[in-house]
Design a protein around this ligand. Sequence first.
Ligand code: NOJ
Length: 759
Amino acid sequence: MSLMRFPALLAAALCALPVAAGTASDEKMDEFIDDLMSKMTIEEKVGQITLVTYDKSFMTGATQSKGVAKKIAEGKVGGVFNVRTLEDKINIQKLAVEQTRLGIPLMFGLDVIHGYRTIWPVPLALSCSWDMDLIERTAAAAADEATSEGIDWTFSPMVDLVRDPRWGRVAESSGEDPYLGSRIAEAMVRGYQGESLDDPQSMMACVKHFALYGAGEGGRDYDMVDMSPNRMYQEYFLPYKAAVDAGAGSVMSSFNDVNGVPATANKWLLTDILRGEWGFDGFTVSDYTSVGELTEHGLGTLAEVSARALKAGLDMDMVSEGVLKNMDYCLEKGLLTEADIDVACRRILEAKYKLGLFENPYLRLGSQPVDREKYRSLALEAARKSIVLLKNDRNVLPLEKEAKVALIGPLADTRWELMGTWAGAAAMPDEGVSIKSGISRYTSSLIHTVGAPITDNPGLARMIGVNIERSGDPDSLIAEAVSAAEKSDIVIAVLGENAKMSGESSSMTWIGLQPTQRRLLEALVATGKDVVLVLLNGRPMTLEWEDAHCAAIVDAWAPGLQGGNAVADVLFGEYNPSGRLTMTFPRTVGQVPIYYSMKSTGRPHIPFVKYRTGYIDCPQDPLYPFGYGLSYSQVDYSDMKAEYDSVSRSVKASAKVTNTSGRAVEETVQLYIGDVTASVTRPEKELKGFRKVELAPGESLTVDFSVPVSELGFWTPELEYIVETGEFTVGIGPDSQRLMTAKVVYSDVADCPAELKTL
Ligand code: NOJ
């Protein structure tokens, strides 16, 4: 540590701290915290468990904390989030360090979700890369940028499993699959936290939203969840646990009710499972005012619910200040004891210790230099790899350079809308690249017209910041677009959702193109020109008509800072698209929830046959399945092998993949396993492995998988994890539907019990 960078006064304040600590052992940490806590009043302890949002900055929730500077100086605050500038952070850290009795430093939090200054594609998009190394690098780069401006703690990764595209927050997720979601959760935690939390470039991860926030009824935000524990263990818990196992320092509780007890006050979740079963030793934090909102759930007064949440295992209160405002009452009435508060306070102090803040409260407030050029390239790589080619009839793509392009749509010439849902705090949209400017690099023959407003639904327009009045006359807009199309070789229609149409509090009942945009698209298709639909979106959309009528569909999601370049690179073949969907695209919203790992009913679907499951007005299958995505190459799968290997106690499987095209390609080879004969019902298939391989033109590779026997197991209704002997179907292929399959018999009873139960 060097104190040289700080003014003398600050250096003196640092030296006055009770004990210098750092990367020392747990014992040293315990000693340090014992000593510190022995000097703390109960008010100061309550201060540590209080997290406020900065009142001179932006809000990410419905209310703002008040009188923040005063509270900090009085020792009533443990952490602050949403402080925009470095200067403000330094100033308020000074208040904590210099003006409070014990000089305990603050911890600065922020939602660094898909980048800090350099914005990556939204998480759902990034997950479509299936590239764990890339995802880890983006998290590490975000940590580098955010810590250089004083952030100690990010409210990420969000690892909620999502199966309902009506929910706007699917954009922040990694999709529908527990296995893939777990791998991504681990990668993000590693990226954020680095080798050691007290490294100035590392920030603490906060796994959210524990638990089951993605399973809210009807896709409505904040809504209740009623789910069997069996399903939780089998599917929904896995990514949270993976993040905890990867060492995440904190966990955020979710807003929703879980089987009758909101997660924020749910002892079973926050203590029994998180700490008891998974051994989590970090701290928990509520979501924004979710402690206070327990009163809306009907659980009592602010005093009662705050005490209940703390007793349930919630350590830090985000914004509600429940215990802070009601400490005396809670103690008097016996709702809380000082020992309860001690437990939570200790965990916050431990986090600060691990982050190196006691040794140097200004550790991340020194504005370390950041290599922005490097991160710009990373943003381009991330955006390219996130794009999913959904359709490409007659190889209409890639386009010839200098093609005559009509570039149509309200999202074609915007930098901001490409940034996606969580880009507010420090993003640099001015440095962003619109699709129009990306495409201009490839052709000088470009006519751009807006074509249609994003929506003409007045309520929706208000929520997403669109001014319908200023959008222009719809008929003239379409006429102008049609005339541009008629003068061109190809039409590129950039349509879909703006940044505010997904994310928090953005549930939608209609997940198709807005009618204004659809009318435009119909008119463009009617010109007879090939129409390439470039979709910007934060959720799977219903695209049956578009799939039937557009020559090609490129799903670009919200691709971030370099989005325009990445889209153009894909359209003109500079980059061979490689993204694969991580969430099923339904044909119609009526199919929701729809996901690939559904179980069979006793009456499996047969089209147009009575007494069978499914719908009578719509096919059973989705429009685009999980794992799906095209490229400009052809990759053939052959020579599948699978067997159980009793030496390694794993299923060994392999397949040959051959690039039969003249273009190099990145192929994501996916492995699924289904348990054919179990004592309980099991999904037909579950992802159990994937490998991303590069294939040169004409190259063949044998891709091997080794799936440990423990992955063949399941949770019984009694919540025991067991592996049963029997027959399994192993499938290998380019997506969850196009699979070569083989049977494997696992009969090695001796392998089974003991350690598997501890999984
Ligand atoms: C509410 C959101 O649910 C959560 O994800 C976020 O971290 C907090 N607000 C803080 O902004």
